[in-house]
Structures are given as structure tokens and as C-alpha cells.
Design a protein around this ligand. Structure first.
Ligand code: GLC
Length: 751
């Protein structure tokens, strides 16, 4: 932009380098204030320095976390409380709505709060692939599938940025575990990177146009992502034409060499500070950083900064406005994402039914995860609050759990950052009392909660992925006692991600509520009462057991140097992540990707391929349609998903891959809606590593339009492609495996 060039001409090299280096960690005193600070939003995660000289006046601009809401930690509790904002449903729950318009609506409201609080860039959304259920940050991310991930990210980015503030998609790329996250080296084949780990970012950039991107902590194939020019220049800029600014994660990579990072295309070093500035200065003096590189990155930063409220010196409220509207939206979005996994005539429960609510999680409820993905809120309703807002819940039982929690809870600062959460063990209930509760209530609800956050991964053990012994005892005791009286038992999962459900046969219904955000527990009551007909679909597979996960044997990596720390993680499953694995190698799952029950029934019909423009190559596409009819007794919504089964040519392929999806409006009984699905060529293509190009191979393709990734009962649509269609050539040698690792050295999954 011309005026940026004019500004550059008015800057000294030091002023430019201060822009490339952030203002230092935590502007609440831990570092000198940002340069040219006009608005002090004390407690944000960082700032972009401004410039003030006789010719220029560029204000510093504010960066704040996180994916579930604006997180500001000021230097006092009352100051922090001043910035309390809305905690939105976690990424996994938003993705489970399969509704881009709704996610954009959430983004728009989220963006209002970003603006109200004086923040210019939000460090969100997080969109790394949920490769393994035990990743500590999965709650911040969307899905195991790159299309659902990319579309969900693009949707919230559009919403956020409609307020004139910037979104920062993160963490680029393959931040799929937290164990030793700042050093771990992910060994991933170029095809897996392109088709699985990069594709979601590619879609988010193309369809969301985020103003910023954050590189990840980890290495890929032997080099830190924030210092890889193949990733940050060749792919991100030359292939994808990304126009935003690129920042590091906080203290990421080889922090002594920020000049190398900027030279590789990582424009800004966060959180920065004086030492970073000095190291940049040294790199400049030594020629590692040239004027061309400095100006390139400063331009990219200023092009985004000049759009922000901070740069434009626009007033801001200083506290969150429209709170009630936003809480109502949390409730609606959370309800639309919750997934009904099982329902044996238990739900919806009648409002007159008296309810016995078990589980300490009913009073120790999780609105979201911990670390930078946490949000400081003024208050949030527990599951007990939510359920008792619509049901007559047994007060004696609630008192028992409330008292137990008060007497036994332990404050926990779960992982990094402020998370004023608690842990508390699961109390036991003696048999006589249990019998009494069964006698005096019509239905039982058991609340199971799980917490997680950045800085640590989860564990495949009791109390985390598996139920604790006390939870197992409670569940069996409730099930036996209530079933003896022909009464139903419902489990509500207030969890950060996938958990073991081997106990499912013991209960009558399971509602996956995830972490529903602030007061999102009212949405749980809406689902249980039928005020909202559940329409969420799984964005991640629930396997029969953790051992079935293809990366179970490699997660979270190995210690190859015997120094006690994991340092290398082999992505041996290649492109076979999630449902791509279970369907290809015929492994049963507990609940499949894309699955979710309703209180109604829907019928798909009239599936067709209505247009084939694939011959247009890079700009080609396919258009399919299908009709959805509500054949049930209550109004509801359905998500139709299009999976392709591509021919096994020179490239092996997963049994099916998601290529499009659409959600109906609220359909009344008997009502039908036709849905249209567009599949662009580049989404249909596979990555051909030998020729380093995207390719649609010739052969027989089948398209399944289904309501989940279980397409066993779906008649496919057939398409023969007589001649292969080569699409875009990509950067030669990009993302190559390290010299000491080759494709055949991978022990990839073969079953
Ligand atoms: C963290 C996280 C990143 C966050 C940043 C600033 O370590 O990895 O997601 O935005 O630091 O808090």
C-alpha cells in the first residue's frame, strides 16, 4: 500500500525493529510500556509497538487471548474483574454445530467484546487438528477433519473481523500435543502435512482472510516452524497469497535468533522486549536481516495495524456491552452444538419429572479449559443451576453435593495462566440413600466433568480419559437402583474432548455437552427438556477404546536423547487421522465422526450430482444436491454430509473423506428442504508428493450424502473421471522429511 511505503520512509531502522519486536511480556509492569502507548489495556497478552517522531504518530496496538473469549489479566483482581468478558462455547462445541452461519454470529458478538475492551487483535481461533484425544488443547480446536476445521475457523474469523478488529489463526502448524511443546520435533510426511495439518489453515485463509496468523512452538521435520521459509514464504505467501501479519507464539523457537525468524518470514516476535530488539539489531548489523526483509515485515504488520481501532484512535467502551444478548447467544450456540450420543426413550424428560442429579461435576462445572484459552468471567451457572432452572431437582441430593464440594474442593491453577478452578474427588453415596433417591425421583442424571489446558497433555488413565473408580461405582449404583424401578438414567458429559464411553450400555441416554461457555449449562437443560431439539454432530470420533486410536502408540512422542524429555513425535498414521483411519481399516467405533441423534427423524432423498465442472482444473468444481425431510414428530435440524470414496490409483486414499456439508433450517414435521453442496477441485484433489502437485486421479469416484461418517446404509452417487486432472504445482522440496527419515522408515498404520 502506498501510504505504508510513505510511513516506512519516515522511520529509522530502530523504530522499524521495535515494530518487529513486541513490547515485552505482560505490559502490566513486567516490561517497559509499549512504544507510543495511547490506550493502556492493562493485562493483555502483548502489544505491537507504535512509532512517534516528528513525522509519524502510529499508536501501539493491543493483542489479547483467546479462542473462547477476551482474556485480560490486569495487575489486580478488581482491575481484572473490570475486563470480565463472555466465555463462549469451546471450539469443539462450536464445530459440532456444523453451522458456519451460527459460528459467524458468535464471532460477531465476540468481536464486539474485543472492540469494547480496547483490543485490536484477538489471538484466536485455535485450529490445529485433533490428531489424538489426549492433546491438552483439543478443547480450543475444532475437529479431526481439516474441512470442518477450516470452515469453522473461517466462519468465526469473518464474524470477529466484521467489527474492524483482527483475528489471529493459530498455531501454524501441527501443534497437536503439549508435552515438551516448545522443543518437540514432529516428523510428518509432506502429504500428511498438506492434506491434514496445513489444509485447515489454507481453507481459513481463503475463506476467512484473517488479519494475522501465529506460528506454533514446535518443530516440523527438524526445523522450528517460526523459522521455516518454505512454510512462511513459499507456501503461506507464494502459494496461498496470505496477506496478513505473522507472529511467533510467546517465547517460541530459537529465541536468541529472532533475526533468523524474521528473515524466514515470521514478521513479528512476541512477546518481544528489549533483548529481542537488541538481537534483531545485531542480526541487522550482521546482515542476517536486510533492509528488504525488515521493510517487508514492517509493511505487513502496518497494513493490518492501520485497520485497527487503536491505530484509528477510535473510542471504546472499556467494558463489555450487550452482555445479556451475548449470554443468550452462548446458550443458543451451545445447545446447537451439543451431541445426543444415546437415547433409549429417556429424553426429552418431562418438566414435571423429578430429577435426582448425581456427580460432583454438577457443582464443579467447567465453562471452558485452562491456560490462555481460559476466560475471566463474573460468574457462571453450574450444571445444578442449569438443570434446576427447568426441572424439580432433588434438593437433599443437591445439598449433599454442595456441602461436600465446599468441604473438599482444592483450588487448582490448571496449567498456564489464570484458571481459578477447583478439583474435588467424587463422593460415595450409601445404598440406602441411593434407594431413597430412586424412590423419590422419576429420573437420574449423572454429571461427569473433565478439565484440561495448554502446557500439559491428558492421560489414558482413570480420572482422565477413563472414568475414575468412584465415578464407575456411582454410575453402576445409580443405574442398578433406578433401573430396578424402571426409571431412566442420563449421563451429561461436561468434558474438554473425547472420553471413554465403555460404560454406555449401563445407561439410557448420553448428552455430550462439552464445555458450553458462560451460563452454557442452561443449554443442557434446554436439551434435556426438549426446548432445543439436539442437532449437534461429532466433530471428533469417539473410539471404542483409546488403544484403537492410530496415534496411541506414538503420542506424545519419544525421548531419543535420553534426557528425560520427549523430543520427537512420528506421525506414523500419515493421512489416516480420525475417521479416515477407522473407516479405512474397518475399526468399529463407539460413536462415529459426524454422528448425533435428534428427537426427530430425517430422511435423505433425491441425492444427485447436478454439475461437473472438474475439467476447469484449478477452478473446477462439482455440484451435488439432496433433499432432507423431517419424518418425525417434532421440529428439528439435520446436517447432511458429503463423503467421497476416491479410487486407489498411484496414491492410496482413505475409504472416505468429508468434502462438503450443510445444515438444514428448522424443519417442521413433514417439511422438506433441498440442500446444495459445492466441491471445488482443489478440495477433491489429493497431494501427489512425487510430483509435488495436487492431483485428481482418474477412476471411479463415489459420493455418499449421509447424516454421519457411517455410510454403510447410504447408496452412493457414481462419477467416472476418465483422465487425471493435475492442479497447482507446489514448492519443490517444501516440508521434506529430515535426511535421516524416509517414507519407508515410517512404520505407518497398516491395520
Ligand atoms: C501461549 C499460547 C498461545 C497464546 C500465547 C499468548 O503460550 O500457546 O496460544 O495466544 O501464549 O498468551
Amino acid at each position: 500500500m502506498k501510504h505504508i511505503q510513505t510511513q516506512l520512509a519516515k522511520m529509522s531502522i530502530d523504530e522499524k525493529l521495535h515494530i518487529l519486536a513486541g513490547s515485552g511480556f505482560g505490559n502490566n509492569g513486567a516490561a517497559r510500556p509499549p512504544m507510543n502507548l495511547k490506550k493502556d489495556v492493562s493485562g493483555v497478552a502483548g502489544y505491537i509497538n507504535g512509532v512517534h517522531n516528528e513525522k509519524l504518530d502510529i499508536p501501539a496496538t493491543a493483542l489479547a487471548d483467546g479462542p473462547a473469549g477476551v482474556r485480560i489479566i490486569a495487575d489486580s483482581d478488581e482491575a481484572t474483574a473490570h475486563y470480565n468478558s463472555t466465555a463462549w462455547p469451546i471450539g469443539s462445541l462450536l464445530a459440532s454445530t456444523w453451522d458456519s452461519d451460527l459460528i459467524t454470529e458468535v464471532g460477531k458478538a465476540f468481536g464486539e467484546e474485543i472492540r469494547d475492551l480496547g483490543v485490536d487483535f484477538i489471538l484466536a481461533p485455535g485450529q490445529d487438528i485433533q490428531r489424538n484425544p489426549l492433546n491438552g488443547r483439543n478443547f480450543e480446536y475444532y475437529s479431526e477433519d481439516p474441512l470442518l476445521t477450516g470452515r469453522s475457523s473461517a466462519a468465526i474469523v469473518r464474524g470477529i473481523q466484521s467489527n474492524g478488529v483482527g483475528a489471529t489463526i493459530k498455531h501454524f502448524v501441527a501443534n497437536n500435543s503439549e508435552t515438551n511443546r516448545q522443543q518437540v520435533n514432529e516428523i510428518i510426511t509432506p502429504r500428511s502435512l498438506r492434506e491434514i495439518y496445513l489444509r485447515g489453515f489454507q481453507i481459513a485463509i481463503a475463506e476467512g482472510k484473517p488479519w494475522a496468523l501465529m506460528t506454533s512452538y514446535n518443530q516440523v521435520n527438524g526445523a522450528y516452524n517460526n523459522a521455516r521459509s518454505d512454510l512462511l514464504l513459499s507456501i503461506l505467501r507464494d502459494e496461498w497469497h496470505f496477506e496478513g501479519l505473522v507472529m511467533t507464539d510467546w517465547f517460541a523457537g530459537d529465541t536468541d535468533q529472532p533475526g533468523t525468524q524474521v528473515a524466514a518470514g515470521n514478521d513479528m516476535i512476541q512477546p518481544g522486549g528489549d533483548q529481542v530488539f537488541q538481537n534483531l539489531k545485531t542480526a541487522y548489523d550482521n546482515g542476517v536481516l536486510t533492509d528488504e526483509m525488515v521493510d517487508r515485515s514492517v509493511s505487513r504488520i502496518l497494513e493490518q495495524v492501520c485497520r485497527t481501532p487503536g491505530y484509528l484512535m477510535q473510542d471504546f467502551a472499556g467494558s463489555v456491552q450487550h452482555k445479556d444478548e451475548h449470554l443468550a447467544l452462548v446458550r443458543r450456540a451451545a445447545a446447537e452444538g451439543m451431541v445426543l450420543l444415546k437415547n433409549d426413550q429417556a429424553l426429552p424428560a418431562e418438566p414435571r419429572e423429578t430429577m435426582a442429579v448425581f456427580g460432583i461435576n454438577q457443582v464443579n462445572t467447567y465453562k471452558g479449559g485452562t491456560g490462555s484459552g481460559d476466560v475471566n468471567v463474573s460468574s457462571t451457572a453450574t450444571l445444578a443451576d442449569g438443570l434446576s432452572s427447568q426441572f424439580d431437582c432433588d434438593s437433599k441430593l443437591l445439598t449433599f453435593y454442595t456441602d461436600y464440594f465446599e468441604q473438599n474442593r482444592v483450588a487448582s491453577n490448571g496449567g498456564l495462566g489464570v484458571s481459578n478452578g477447583y478439583t474435588c474427588d467424587e463422593p460415595t453415596i450409601d445404598d440406602d440413600a441411593m434407594t431413597q433417591y430412586a424412590n423419590s425421583n422419576d429420573i437420574a442424571v449423572i454429571c461427569i466433568g473433565r478439565q484440561a489446558g495448554e502446557g500439559a497433555d491428558r492421560a489414558n488413565e482413570a480420572g482422565d480419559y477413563l472414568l475414575s473408580d468412584a465415578e464407575t461405582t456411582l454410575l453402576q449404583q445409580v443405574a442398578t437402583t433406578f433401573h430396578d424401578q424402571q426409571k431412566k438414567v442420563v449421563v451429561v458429559l461436561n468434558v474438554n474432548g473425547v472420553v471413554d464411553t465403555s460404560w454406555a450400555d449401563d445407561v439410557d441416554a448420553i448428552v455430550l455437552a462439552y464445555m458450553p461457555g458462560q451460563d452454557g449449562t442452561y443449554a443442557v437443560a434446554d436439551i434435556l427438556s426438549g426446548k432445543t431439539n439436539p442437532c449437534g454432530k461429532l466433530a471428533q470420533t469417539f473410539p471404542v477404546s483409546y488403544e484403537d486410536v492410530p496415534s496411541a502408540s506414538t503420542f506424545p512422542g519419544v525421548d531419543t536423547t535420553d534426557d528425560g524429555a520427549v523430543d520427537t513425535e512420528y506421525y506414523n498414521e500419515g493421512i489416516y487421522v480420525g475417521y479416515r483411519y477407522y473407516t479405512t481399516f474397518n475399526h468399529d467405533v463407539a460413536y462415529p465422526f459426524g454422528f448425533g441423534l435428534s428427537y426427530s427423524n430425517f430422511e435423505l432423498s433425491d441425492q444427485r450430482i447436478v454439475a461437473d465442472h472438474l475439467s476447469l482444473g484449478q477452478y473446477g468444481n462439482l455440484v451435488l444436491t439432496a433433499s432432507v425431510t423431517n419424518t418425525g414428530k417434532v421440529a428439528g435440524k439435520e446436517v447432511a454430509q458429503v463423503y467421497v470414496s476416491a479410487p486407489q490409483g498411484a496414491l492410496d486414499k482413505p475409504a472416505i473423506e468429508l468434502k462438503s456439508y450443510a445444515k438444514t433450517k428448522l424443519l417442521h414435521p413433514g417439511e422438506t428442504q433441498e440442500l446444495v453442496f459445492l466441491i471445488p477441485s482443489e478440495l477433491l484433489a489429493s497431494f501427489d508428493p512425487e510430483h509435488e502437485r495436487w492431483l485428481i486421479e482418474a477412476g471411479h469416484y463415489q459420493f455418499f450424502i449421509s447424516n454421519s461418517s457411517d455410510v454403510s446404509n447410504t447408496r452412493p452417487l457414481d462419477l467416472n473421471i476418465t483422465k487425471e486432472i493435475a492442479l497447482m504445482k507446489t514448492t519443490s522440496g517444501a516440508l521434506a522429511l529430515p535426511d535421516d527419515v524416509s517414507e519407508d522408515s515410517f512404520v505407518t498404520v497398516t491395520q
